[in-house]
Each structure stands twice: as C-alpha cells, then as structure tokens.
Design a protein around this ligand. Sequence first.
Ligand SMILES: [Mg+2]
Length: 96
Amino acid sequence: MRDRKARDDLYERAAEAWGEDAQLTKAAEEFAELAAVVNRAQNGQADHMDIIEELVDARLMLEQLEFQLDDATVGLAFDQAVADLEDRLEVHGDAE
Ligand SMILES: [Mg+2]
C-alpha cells in the first residue's frame, strides 16, 4: 500500500485534474454502486468478489472526500463515532 504522503499527493492531483464537483459526483456514483451490489448480494444476485470490487471503488472515493474535507477533522469525528459505538455495545477496553 502506498504511504500516506503518496496517497495525499495522488488525491491532490485527482482533485486538480477533475475538480471537486466532479469528485463529489463520482463519490456519490460509487457509493450508490456499493449500495446496489449489497442489495443484489442479499438477493443472491452478487457474490463476495462483486462486493469487494465496489467496496474498493467506494473506499477510493471516500478517502478522496476525506482528503478534500480536511481529514484531520474527519479523523476526530470518526474517533468519536467509534467511541459512541463502544458505548452502545458497552465495550470499555478493560481486559476480563
Ligand atoms: Mg464502481
């Protein structure tokens, strides 16, 4: 996997090449494709590899959105969301 700096440089080039509006449109498209393939899998019309293919497309766009939106802020909000999930599941990090 590329290091963080190399990926950030790549995402910067993508934003410059296509523009933020086009990137948002592409992200929405890939997220919709992931949702669609997950639905097809529930009906037996898509398999594990179909999901992985769309998940990778969506993840690539998700990472680019994070880069555009200031991923430090996204990181803090994500950490809070994980903490909220831990609270809901009553995970407290202490070994039993
Ligand atoms: Mg796709």
